[in-house]
Ligand binder design. Structure first.
Ligand code: ADP
Ligand code: MG
Length: 436
């Protein structure tokens, strides 16, 4: 049994609950008949909103995320209250092995998923029978990791007899901002993480126009590779940091002008990204410096901070320029408001303050508002999955009562790809001074 049914009194007496609620509405003297404990009554009442004359079922969703290297779960209600949350990050393990090894990630998800879901449910104070639905990431991501979350969720759905809401990981990242801020559709979203890099116009809960994406690796992946090549894990100040965080930390001590790097794809007037070329350029610089400093691969260069500063600046300029073009394209086509447009930036790399400042220069120049979810909601988490479930419940989109034939999809595009149209528009982006 996935979640012990004895965690809650109501699992045994669902009929009594409904009788009780009718008595609560019709007759406030219910306590005369029955005196349940305060905690149970509180939890129970929380699942309902009382409006004069109507009984309105309050939506509560359990979200489960295992698409990459975080096992996460959360319980969120439709007003955006996070009732409970739990997460197990595998970062430490993968840092030691120098990258994610899918079977290792799968094993860690298997070892933790039941505990994490139970912790999120317990923290929420609600019992599983109160859930409106279970939402789980089924695409895109690592096949072995997605498989663990999906098979656990399907068993739970079967056990609890709840609707299932399959979630697109990137859709969830994009919609998270609507949980923390009052943001109306449409808005532009830039998702930059270890596994993803894209620019999309969000027109509705599951209505996306893809403007551009990385043609090779994601920026977080590139920063992780550079950090590994620089052996930053051996640096006393960076040993527990992810690659991207270590680069940001070290860059503060470095001088970017010591190295000359050109942002990638300067001549391509589209909104696509590329990071592999930049990574190779940095590899060459590191090799050259190792020769000059007479040190072996695996030792820390004295110029590591300067290299970190240069790579961070070049990455920020590349991301800023593509985003600038996306804003101009959307405004040119009247897809975004001329004076009130919103740019949302999310994903692990969005926690980089230098990159955020570069984007701020762009949004200031284009009269846009830049919004970022708080750092814990930028990286993978269960809250965004549960919230995406709420958004879909409210919109009545993709709620499944029959889970037969549900499969995970390691690769899955987001929305309608209009990147060719963007390239054909060939918008020239005015030069901005990137004084960060
Ligand atoms: P994914 O699940 O796609 O790998 P996450 O959203 O979990 O991505 O974010 C992890 C990525 O974010 C890693 O590549 C990491 O290096 C990067 N990252 C984390 N913090 C920072 C930072 N401060 N600056 C740049 N990159 C960062
Ligand atoms: Mg992650």
């Amino acid at each position: 049994m996935l979640i012990p049914s004895n965690v809650c009194f109501y699992n045994y007496f669902p009929g009594i609950i409904y009788i009780l609620v009718i008595m609560l509405i019709l007759n406030k003297t219910v306590q005369v008949f029955f005196k349940p404990s305060k905690r149970k009554v509180d939890g129970f009442l929380r699942s309902f909103n009382f409006h004069p004359g109507t009984l309105f079922l309050h939506k509560i969703v359990l979200g489960i995320e295992t698409s990459c290297d975080d096992t996460a779960a959360a319980v969120v209600d439709e007003t955006g209250n996070v009732l409970g949350e739990a997460i197990h990050s595998q970062t430490e393990v993968h840092l030691k092995t120098g990258g994610i090894i899918p079977p290792v990630a799968q094993q860690l998800h298997r070892e933790n998923i039941q505990r994490i879901v139970q912790e999120a449910l317990c923290a929420s104070g609600i019992c599983p029978s109160e859930l409106s639905a279970i939402a789980t990431t089924i695409k895109p991501g690592l096949a072995l990791s997605l498989g663990v979350g999906l098979s656990f969720s399907l068993q739970l759905v079967d056990q609890l007899k709840k609707p299932f809401i399959p979630i697109h990981h990137m859709e969830a990242h994009a919609l998270t901002i609507r949980l923390t801020n009052k943001v109306e559709f449409p808005f532009l979203v830039l998702l930059i993480s270890g596994g993803h890099c894209l620019l999309a116009l969000v027109r509705g809960v599951s209505d996306f126009l893809l403007l551009g994406k990385s043609l090779d690796i994601a920026p977080g992946d590139m920063l992780d590779k550079v950090a590994r090549r620089l052996s930053l894990i051996k640096h006393p100040e960076c040993s527990t940091m992810s690659g991207g965080k270590a680069i940001e930390h070290l860059a503060k001590q470095g001088n970017r002008f010591h190295f000359d790097m050109n942002p990638p794809m300067q001549r391509a007037k589209n909104c696509d990204f590329s990071f592999t070329g930049l990574q190779h350029v940095i590899d060459k610089i590191i090799m050259q410096k190792e020769k000059e400093e007479g040190i072996e691969k695996g030792q820390i260069l004295s110029s590591a901070a300067d290299i970190a500063a240069a790579v961070q600046h070049t990455t920020a300029c590349h991301i800023a320029k593509r985003t600038h073009r996306a804003i101009l394209f959307c405004k040119q086509r009247d897809l975004l408001s001329q004076s009130n447009a919103v740019l949302v930036v999310s994903g692990g790399v969005a926690s980089n303050l230098y990159i955020r400042r570069a984007l701020e220069i762009v949004t200031n120049a284009t009269q846009c508002t830049l919004l970022c979810p708080p750092p814990r909601l930028c990286t993978d988490n269960g809250i965004m999955i549960a919230w995406n479930g709420i958004e879909r419940l409210r919109a009545g989109l993709g709620i499944l009562d029959n889970i037969e034939g549900i499969r995970y999809e390691p690769k899955c595009p987001l929305g309608v790809d209009i990147s060719k149209e963007v390239a054909e528009a060939a918008i020239k982006v005015p030069r901005l001074k990137m004084k960060i």
